[in-house]
Ligand binder design. Sequence first.
Ligand code: BGC
Length: 743
Amino acid sequence: MTVTEPSIDDLASLTSGASAWETTSLPGELDPMVLSDGPHGLRRQPAEGDTLGIGNSIPATCFPPAVGLASSWNDDLIEQVGAQLAREAKALGVSVLLGPGLNIKRSPLCGRNFEYASEDPQVAGRYGAAFVRGIQSQGVAATPKHFAVNNQETDRFRVSAQVDERTLREIYLSAFEHVVTTAGPWALMSSYNQVNGVPASENPHLLREILREEWGFDGVVMSDWGAVSDRVAALAAGLDLEMPPSSTDDQIAAATGSGIISRERLEQVHQRLHLLAERTAGVRSHTPSMTVDVEAGDRVAQQAARESAVLLTNNGVLPLAAPALDNIAVIGEFARTPRYQGSGSSQVVPTRLSTVLETLRESAGDRVSFAPGFTLDGSGDKDQLGQEAVDLARNASVALVFVGLPAGSESEGFDRTHIDLPEEQTQLLDRLVKLDTPTVVVVSCGSVVSLGSWSDQADAVVMGWLLGQAGGKATVDLLTGAASPSGRLTETIPLSLTDTPAYLNFPGQDGVVVYGEGLHVGYRYYDTMDRPVRFPFGHGLTYTTFEYGAASVTATGTNSATVEFSVTNTGARPGSEVAQVYVAANDRTRPRHELRGYQKVFLDPGESITCRVELDSRAFSEWNAQHAMWVVPGREWTLEVGASSRDIRSTASFTTKAQPEALPLQDLSTVGEWLAHPVGSTLIAPLIAAIGDKVDVTSLDPTLYKMFEQMPLVKLTAWGQGFTREMYDGMLSQANAQQAPGA
Ligand code: BGC
């Protein structure tokens, strides 16, 4: 590659876009590249479009948003969706796809939860990595977003997320880390919010130290649209590309002139854009058709939707069979007007849209009757609509009821204030489940809702999330048994909002949101505190049953192991199980247990498979903020194998060795830490002996020992007993030097 020497002005111009959806080019040497949302379908604007999803975009397949797709727990499927998305991107001339969204679902109130995968970093990380692999397999760049700690929409442009470093690393960065280090995304988007008082787009700790230096990211970091307020600070902190364009290139040129920004830094951006252009060159090597393959996209979307829904309860009414199919009452406006995607920048104009009502009518004709039961905007005569629905259900052989959150109640740009379904819907459900007619309820929502007591009385409940354009067909496939449900909850369904871990700290106030629950997000909180939930994390049923064999553990290294167990389909139908492996520390320094591996298996009746889940040392590590490193504590762990966080079928134990063997001693290390340190304890012994010469230690109250253990050893230098600061410093360097080789 010959790169001619561009001027400072040329280089400065590269650090922001040429338009809302295009990077800046350098004639003859660097192509312009088209960027487009988004995470579950292309929102390719025809020309200079708006950024909010209001304007029309070119029709493209609308796949299930992350809330659905991640519930499949199926890496291969997610990869296929990513690849299909990228094929459409190529057809529409898009080089860079703005997704996937990897933020953790901290509270069910976040208006954008439908774009995110899970309350658990491992599920979010595996989802993201599979998605990125799929997209980039076609030569299109993926852009994981929003980096980082962007877990709410309230005040999203300004709010500072106050989060301790351990929680940051273990919960909020972990999915990004997994995706960057295993799937190598070619771009990444920083978020709007601040993290501990520093804007994420101007944050050297996140963008330089962690992303580049620790994780080795080699792609282009772009800002979220409109996130940057200080361009020079952003560039200096490690942001490469400000989007959309701003008219302040002269600030960059001036900062370079005055030495605040080096020419090397600008050249670095130039080279990174070149690398991105090379990686995505295939997109621009042919003329885009500007239309997508509708059939191919719809097929993948239907398969994805089938695996995205989660069967929560079923007393045997599903799959529907005669006589239930004789006279089907379809109830609920969502059966006719589906809610299939979320609102905001990810909104896609679908190529097709299936509905449950049409699909059922195609196969069951006049055996299907319909009553809307309610309107989506709350208009109309509620009593009359409800009564008509109840009358219809009373005389039917089965009532299929479609409820959910209307589009206006959750969206990018604002958070919810409650997690309830609209009252007219719950009132209708309360009446329907009391009838003799079997009732199946399908719920459409982008984030959890609190299912009322009706959910215990319904004959079956399906969490239909948002299933994309083929959701209608897929739902009918699942209800009739043409496909078996195989989704599992990636977020806990709580009993009420007040039970949720961030309840007291969401969405913050006065520009600050404190992540007071720390590591205890989602099931980490509910299971640690033993709080009842409506449905636990990881839960989901299908039309068959599975038995787990006893778990066994084989060490594969000092602190790594393989967990092995069998899963057998003990029912009469084929089906998929998601076998989950949790690691439990059995003490209060960590959450009660944490998901560290899972495997989705498909089994015919009677078939058995041996699952092997690898646990590396990270499964047992924690971020030590004092030493800024991952450490493995030496202790015994319980490895739990099960079908949800609350359905553990088998356990085994595993013991880790402390790694490093001893943490380096520091300025303020306590007497207890010195005594626990292999070298430090030998160095401190003479000191203790000297004190023992002066004080009759045997007569001391034992609580004094405990108190003494908590005291930094260096404090003794102030006591004038001949123990000086110089002696302390000498001991410190001796202890850490001797420890180094074996550590
Ligand atoms: C969203 C991003 C999106 C961008 C471009 C922003 O408002 O937060 O997720 O990619 O707009 O549409």
